[in-house]
Write a protein that binds this ligand. Structure first.
Ligand SMILES: O=C1C=CC(S(=O)(=O)O)=CC1(O)O
Ligand SMILES: [Fe+2]
Length: 353
């Protein structure tokens, strides 16, 4: 993949936030049942091959597109930029990187205006757009909200072999690091970066990639995360629950991870924290701190580290996956007894004293 840009060469697009994901699913009806009947997302539009979904607080046409295809995969991660001119800025920035770039006319994706899609230096299909169709916000249509009331899309999490390189690329795009996980040898295992004033719009998870680890939606209250779990139990669909519910160390969010019918991973997430001041400090975690990924010390299930979704290029071809060369987090944090190391009170590196 092409090198990451030298800072300042060509200004990056002014990215506002993570806005929508386009997932390829093998059975749109089964996926619709999962995302609508179980998770409670709202259908903005659908046809026999594609479902456009949004959460209750959202007024753009969608935050998730499910498109029929032969193999489950990520087709695009889309970021909203601050103005129509920033779509042009995205085109200039990525053409200068020498990666595949394509302009998309308004309507190429239903509900989305003129856009640029790129295959970025990390091997991910990204889209940058500004104009989008406005649809009714349902934030006070409480009669429509299931108790799990998912409010909005919050972030993307991607698996990359070289977290430090990926972090440099995203920092050059104007993202700021809020938290990371490091080893004693300063190996970077994971990093969380933001544009909107929360913990992250993108998380980088060290592993074989490029692969999509998960997309995350947020709710306003912990009880709504728990209700998603209770509803899955009531419907005898608890097999969709992969990890949690629990309280994260990183981000401090309350969470659960579920797997959709194609095993795409979705996180339901709430109560992280504000990160909008210019001097917001980075919080670094020791990879051997067993409370870094679950504040209560619960171990991370192996599938959470090992499994992730295939990523497509701009022509719909699955991307080759490159092995991570540095240590894998799962290998450096679990002892012979199968438990995470540091089940005692090992201090967080760099935590406030
Ligand atoms: O959104 C997230 C916030 C925190 C964590 S972690 O498991 O606490 O590292 C994972 C995550 O990236 O999904
Ligand atoms: Fe997440």
């Amino acid at each position: 993949p092409a090198p990451t840009p030298e800072p300042g060469a060509i200004p990056p697009p002014d990215i506002v936030r993570a806005a929508y994901a386009e997932l390829v699913v093998t059975d749109p009806a089964a996926s619709r049942e999962f995302y609508v009947d179980l998770l409670g997302l709202v259908v903005t539009h659908e046809d026999e091959d594609t479902v456009y979904l949004r959460a209750f607080e959202e007024y753009l046409h969608h935050s998730l597109v499910l498109r029929r295809g032969d193999g489950a995969a990520l087709a695009a991660l889309a970021y909203r930029v601050r103005s129509p001119g920033e779509v042009d800025a995205a085109e200039r920035y990525y053409r200068a990187l020498g990666v595949p770039v394509e302009r998309r006319a308004a309507g190429a994706t239903r509900g989305i205006g003129p856009a640029v899609r790129v295959l970025d230096p990390l091997g991910f299909p990204l889209e940058f757009f500004y104009e989008a169709e406005h649809v009714p916000r349902l934030h006070q249509d409480y009669d429509l909200h299931g108790a799990g009331a998912i409010a909005r899309l919050d972030h993307f999490n991607i698996v990359v072999p070289d977290v430090a390189r990926a972090e440099r690329y995203y920092r050059a795009l104007g993202f700021r690091v809020t938290e990371d996980i490091r080893g004693a040898d300063d190996t970077l295992y994971a990093s969380w970066l933001h544009r909107k004033d929360t913990v992250h719009d993108i998380a980088l998870t060290g592993g074989d990639g490029p692969r999509l680890h998960h997309i995350a939606f947020s709710t306003h209250e912990r009880g709504q995360v728990l209700h998603v779990c209770d509803l899955l139990g009531a419907r005898r669909r608890s097999a969709h629950i992969e990890r949690g519910p629990g309280r994260h160390g990183v981000s401090n969010a309350f969470y659960v991870y579920v797997r959709d019918p194609d095993l795409h991973r979705v996180e339901i997430y709430t109560t992280d924290y504000y990160t909008g001041d210019p001097d917001h400090p980075v919080l670094s975690w020791d990879v051997r701190d067993n409370q870094r990924r679950d504040w209560w010390g619960n171990p991370v299930v192996p599938s959470w580290y090992a499994e992730a979704s295939t990523v497509l290029d701009l022509n719909g071809k699955p991307q080759p996956v490159f092995a991570r060369e540095e240590n894998h987090e799962a290998e450096v944090t679990v002892g012979a007894d199968g438990f995470s190391f540091a089940r005692d009170t090992s201090p967080q590196v760099g935590s406030p004293s």
